[in-house]
Design a binder for this molecule. Structure first.
Ligand code: NDP
Ligand code: OXD
Length: 306
């Protein structure tokens, strides 16, 4: 069995070594133009030329959860596209989002500013009941985040395409219940895949429906958020801030208003990193399962877009 590796911005050697160790019967090589046809590919942001040349692939394994960049390419119809299915990402996402929600709720930014000026002052305790958190996307990552927030006793709403029951989480589904979900939410967390249906989903019209003093946490994709609409709603006082891990242009360009905005916290697309060992173990297991004709989790519906 031949496996080709084509991951932009990723050091190939440790992946090649890990894949060879996990699949001793396979021949694993880094792709270069003109390379022989492989049976399976491990990819991140490959060029179109890769798929134009690799016409025999049975499996395409994306070393991330989001496949929006991959699905922009012309893929070979016979290949199963497979995304990472957690592989150590959901606990990182739960840490990141709980940190952001608690930091906002407990006003830790304010305390940090006070410490810098040597000020000892208390803020009035706030009630969790006034901070309902709404998680958009209740998939592998969103469900874990919603459950983690419940541990801290925040009221949690969840919105997904199909109806989902998560214990302790108030469920909303489909376009018909979107406005009700927004109206029931003060802190909005985006964990949707980027598809034609979800692009620009956080824009003036939708963000205006959040409860007054709302807060936005985007950990999915930059194109879910219309950046100027967020800034306008913070300026108007309807929203009081945001924590953003993803941006329409990455790296976030120098001089972008988000960098210095006092109510916006920026991180460099780091909320849930791909973990090499976990990912290799998962991908190797799935390659073997596919070869034996078994069903695997994490297969992407390329028409649906996730
Ligand atoms: P999943 O595919 O497991 O879950 C997607 C969820 O979104 C599902 O609940 C799905 O509903 C819901 N959804 C999709 N389309 C719609 C829609 N039109 N309306 C309402 N709900 C919708 O994805 P993951 O949880 O694994 O990952 C989510 C995203 O997080 C990834 O696509 C990626 O972009 C991003 N990500 C970001 C990272 C970072 O470091 N910032 C790291 C990893 C991922 P249903 O359950 O009904 O199908
Ligand atoms: C992913 C990501 O989709 O890292 O896995 O953003």
């Amino acid at each position: 069995m031949n496996i080709t590796f084509c991951c932009t911005n990723t050091k190939a050697e440790p992946w090649l070594q890990g894949l060879r160790a996990a699949l001793p019967g396979a021949h694993v090589e880094e792709w270069s133009p003109g390379a022989p046809s492989a049976d399976h590919a491990v990819v991140w942001a490959p060029p179109q030329q890769f798929f134009d040349e690799q016409s025999q692939l049975r499996g395409v394994f994306n070393i991330g959860a989001g496949v929006d960049a991959l699905l922009k390419l012309r893929l070979q119809a016979q290949a199963s596209v497979v995304r990472l299915d957690d592989a150590g990402m959901s606990v990182q996402m739960a840490e990141y989002v709980c940190h952001a929600v608690i930091r906002h709720f407990r006003e830790f930014d304010g305390y940090e500013a006070d410490v810098k000026t040597g000020k000892w002052s208390y803020r009035k305790p706030r009630s969790r009941a006034d901070f309902p958190v709404g998680v958009m996307g209740l998939g592998v990552l969103g469900e874990r985040v919603a459950r983690a927030l419940r541990v801290f006793e925040f009221p949690v709403n969840g919105w997904s395409r199909s109806a989902k029951a998560v214990e302790g989480v108030r469920g909303f589904s489909g376009a018909a219940q979107f406005n009700d979900f927004l109206a029931a939410t003060k802190v909005l967390v985006c964990l949707l895949p980027l598809t034609p249906d979800t692009r620009d989903i956080m824009r003036r019209e939708t963000l205006s429906r959040l409860q007054h003093g709302g807060y936005v946490i985007n950990v999915a994709r930059g194109a879910h958020l219309v950046e100027e609409d967020l800034l306008a709603l913070i300026d108007s006082g309807h929203l009081c801030g945001a924590t953003l891990d993803v941006f329409r242009t990455e790296p976030l360009p120098g001089g972008h208003p988000f960098w210095q905005h006092p109510q916006i916290t920026v991180t460099p697309h780091t909320s849930a990193r791909t973990l090499r060992e976990e990912s290799i173990a998962q991908i190797a297991g799935k390659i073997l399962a596919l070869e034996q004709g078994q069903a695997i989790a994490g297969r992407v519906d390329t028409l649906r877009g996730y």
